[in-house]
Design a protein around this ligand. Structure first.
Ligand SMILES: [Zn+2]
Length: 102
């Protein structure tokens, strides 16, 4: 059953109504039918918070992947140099590790 939030234009009362079909809605305070239908703010807020949380988590994962990659890289290079006495030259970042913060 969908519910809608309304504001009464006559007395300013805010109220929520279960809408059944085309049934006319009127203000529970003054019975006026001059009503303003409102967007359901709590639902919107929840969606935004969720989206923000998801995008924050994604950014964190990307950063972590990049950090892991570079510490692995440093480790390997240190060992390569230790074993061979040659300073490794590969500084290029492979495409799949090119991460952005957006
Ligand atoms: Zn009213």
């Amino acid at each position: 059953m969908p519910t809608f939030d309304y504001r009464c234009c006559a007395c300013g009362e805010y109220f929520e109504v279960f809408v059944r079909g085309e049934e006319a809605v009127c203000c529970p305070e003054c019975a006026s039918q001059e009503l303003e239908k409102l967007l359901s703010m709590p639902a919107l807020k929840t969606d935004n918070t969720h989206a923000q949380a998801m995008s924050a988590a994604k950014r964190r994962d990307k950063r972590q992947a990049r950090d892991n990659y570079w510490s692995q890289r440093d480790y390997e290079r240190a060992h390569y140099e230790e074993d061979t006495g040659i300073k490794p030259k590969y500084e290029e970042t492979p495409k799949k590790y090119k991460l952005t913060d957006d």
